[in-house]
Every structure is written in C-alpha cells, then in structure tokens.
Ligand binder design. Sequence first.
Ligand SMILES: [Fe+2]
Length: 188
Amino acid sequence: MSALTDTARDIARGKLEAVLPRRWSHVQAVAAKARSVAAAVPDEDRDVLVAAAWLHDVGYSPDLVDTGFHSLDGGRWLRRQRFDDRIAALVAHHSCAWLEAEERGLDAALADEFPREESAVADALCFSDMTTGPDGQDFEVLERLAEIRSRYGPDHLVTRFIIRAEPAMVAAVQRTQSRLSGRVPQPM
Ligand SMILES: [Fe+2]
C-alpha cells in the first residue's frame, strides 16, 4: 500500500511472527480486514487504519511486555521508537482498551499518555479486530466476543472487560457497517 503500511507490517512481523505465530495469523487477517473496510474511513486516513491494524497487537511481543497490558505496552513502545503519534495512540486505545485499563488499574496512565481518538478510523480498527478470530478466521462480533470469554474463562479480567465492552464494540462494528453501506451513521 504505502511506505507507512509496509513499515508497520515489517515491524509487526519482526515482533510476532517467530515468537507468537498464532497471534501473527490473527494480525495478518486483521490488517487484510482493515484494507477491506478502508472505504469506511476518509481517503487520507486509509493508510493510518491499515498501519494501526498491523501494529495493534505488537504489545503482546515478549520483547516489549512491560505492564502486561498489551495495548498500553504497544503504544508506549511505538512512541519510544518515534513511530507516528496518532498510530501509537490508536494502538494504545484499540478495541475499547480504556475499559480494560480500568480493570487493570491503568486507566489514568492510558488517558494521561495517549489521546483517545473517537473516529471512523477507531471504529474500523475495532471492527477489524472484533470480526477476526485468533487464527485469522472471520467471525461475527458476538461470536468473537464469546470466543474471547471462553478462551480466558469466567474469572479472568479480560472476560470482565469483554462483558463491559460489548455494547461499545457492537456499536463500533455497526457504525462501520453503516458507513460501508452508505447509510448515515446513527449519532454516537
Ligand atoms: Fe487483535
């Protein structure tokens, strides 16, 4: 696509492919999904969307784990690398990370360090992540949320997060679908 998306892909590959091959399968499919829904964002934002999709889970790489909260760790690491600030912030907040941050006691840190973008790009990134399974398969959003709950189990904080985030995630998916179909999105 562009130098930005190629760089993002190469960074993600370097951090994930060898050490977390299943996560890498998911990430490749999320990036492909983001490309496929790029019409849901303004032309000038399409590369930003796809680059953020490549990098959204880079914080799972054992090399960069710090707090153990992958969204914040990924955003911080991208910022330290002097990667694009907007993309670092999209990664830090991706897929309702602000609600997971509350479960982890990291909500103040996340909010202080990264502005939260509420936009078609943030929605399309959430769509791409939440309609793609752990092996890269296509899922409906509710199927994906059920898969996450069963993978982590009932007592895990990720499960508590996913239950709280469901309405916001479903709304982001629906807004993206509305934009793709040319309907005017409902007010947020
Ligand atoms: Fe993901």
